[in-house]
Design a protein around this ligand. Structure first.
Ligand code: NAP
Length: 299
C-alpha cells in the first residue's frame, strides 16, 4: 500500500510542467508513483527531480518510460506538436489529456488516438494548481469506461472529486466552459452589485454575507428550472415569478445603476435577453424559458 488512494505504484509520465503540470506531477510523486517528466523548458522540472521524478530528455523518452502518459500543456495544438509525431512509440499507451480546449478538439484528438492505437481519455481540471490533490477538487474525464476504471485509482490523488462523464470525449470541455461561464456570470454580477452598494457607503465585505445568502437561493432556483427544462414540455410554469415580473425588477437595477453612474451594460444585456424571450410569448412563464434565447439566439 503506497498511500490512501491507491494500492499499487505505477509508472506515470507527465508531459508539460507549467503551473498545472508541476502540480499534477507532484501529486503523482506524493501518491508513490514512479514519475517521469518532460517539459520544453527543462528547468521547470528541477524541483520535481529533487523530489524524486525522473527527467526525460525528449517527449519520446517520456512516453517510453510509462504506460500512462498525462499531458497538460497550453493548447491542443501544442499537444499535437509534442506527441502527434511519435507514431508507434505511443501505440498501446494510455494518454490522459488534461489540456483545456474545445469539445471538437477533444473529439478530434480522440479520433487521432484511435487511429494510432492509443487508449485515450480526455479531461478537464476544475481547480487551480494549489487545489490539486484536495478531496473536494473535481477533475472530469471521458473516454472508454474500461480505460477510466483501470486508471481511476492512479488519477484519484489529483482530486477526490474525480468524475467520469461517459464515452463522449467532448463532454469534459463542455462542462469546463459551461462551469467557467457560470463563474464569470456570477462574479461579474457580484462585482456589479459591489459597485452599486459602494455608492451607499457599504463595503464589499459587508455585502458579502448577503451575496452568499442570495447565491444559496439561486441554487434552489436552478434546481427548479433544471427540472422544468428536463421535463421538455416547454410550459415553464411560473411557480415563483413570471418573466414579466423579472423584467420589471431588472429595470430597477438598470435605472438605479444609471442614476448612480455605475456601468449599465451588464443589466442591459439581461434586459435585452428577457425582452427577446417575452417577444416570443413567454412573459407569463418562469425564468427557465430564457434558455430559449440561448438555444436559438435572436440577435
Ligand atoms: P502554463 O503554466 O502557461 O504552462 C503551459 C505549458 O505548456 C508549459 O509546460 C509550456 O512549456 C507548455 N508549452 C506551451 N507552448 C509549448 C510549445 N510550443 N511546445 C512545448 N510546450 C509548450 O499553463 P498551466 O497553468 O500549466 O495550464 C496548462 C493547461 O492546463 C492549460 O490548457 C490550462 O487551460 C489548463 N488548466 C489550467 C488551470 C490553472 O489554474 N492553471 C486550471 C485548469 C486547467 P514551457 O514551460 O516550456 O513554456
Amino acid at each position: 500500500m503506497r498511500d490512501n488512494h491507491t494500492s499499487v505504484s505505477v509508472s506515470v509520465s507527465v508531459i508539460g510542467l507549467g503551473l498545472m503540470g508541476q502540480a499534477l506531477a507532484k501529486a503523482f510523486l506524493t501518491a508513490g508513483h514512479t514519475t517521469t517528466v518532460w517539459n520544453r523548458s527543462a528547468d521547470k522540472a528541477d524541483r520535481l527531480v529533487a523530489d524524486g521524478a525522473a527527467l526525460a530528455a525528449t517527449p519520446a523518452d517520456a512516453v517510453a518510460a510509462s504506460d500512462l502518459v498525462v499531458v497538460c500543456v497550453s493548447t491542443y495544438d501544442v499537444v499535437h506538436d509534442v506527441i502527434g509525431s511519435l507514431g508507434d512509440a505511443l501505440r498501446g499507451k494510455t494518454v490522459v489529456n488534461l489540456t483545456s480546449g474545445s469539445s471538437e478538439q477533444a473529439r478530434r484528438t480522440a479520433a487521432w488516438a484511435e487511429k494510432h492505437g492509443v487508449r485515450y481519455l480526455d479531461g478537464a481540471i476544475m481547480i487551480t494548481p494549489p487545489g490539486i490533490g484536495a478531496d473536494t477538487s473535481v477533475l472530469f474525464y471521458a473516454g472508454d469506461r474500461t480505460v477510466f476504471d483501470t486508471y481511476e485509482p492512479v488519477l484519484k490523488p489529483l482530486g477526490g472529486g474525480t468524475t467520469y462523464l461517459g464515452t463522449d470525449h467532448g463532454k469534459p470541455a463542455l462542462f469546463d466552459v459551461s462551469l467557467l461561464g457560470l463563474m464569470w456570470g456570477a462574479l461579474n454580477s457580484f462585482l456589479h452589485g459591489v459597485a452599486v452598494v459602494e455608492t451607499g457607503g457599504v463595503k464589499a465585505g459587508d455585502f458579502l454575507p448577503w451575496a452568499h445568502m442570495w447565491l444559496d437561493a439561486i441554487k434552489m432556483f436552478t434546481a427548479d428550472y433544471a427540472a422544468q427544462i428536463d421535463a421538455g414540455d416547454e410550459r415553464f410554469p411560473a411557480d415563483d415569478a413570471t418573466l414579466e415580473t423579472h423584467l420589471g425588477a431588472l429595470r430597477h437595477l438598470v435605472e438605479e445603476s444609471e442614476a448612480l453612474g455605475v456601468d449599465t451594460e451588464l443589466p442591459r444585456y439581461s434586459e435585452a435577453l428577457m425582452e427577446s424571450v417575452i417577444a416570443r410569448g413567454y412573459g407569463g412563464n418562469s425564468y427557465a424559458s430564457v434558455v430559449k434565447a440561448f438555444r436559438r439566439p435572436a440577435r
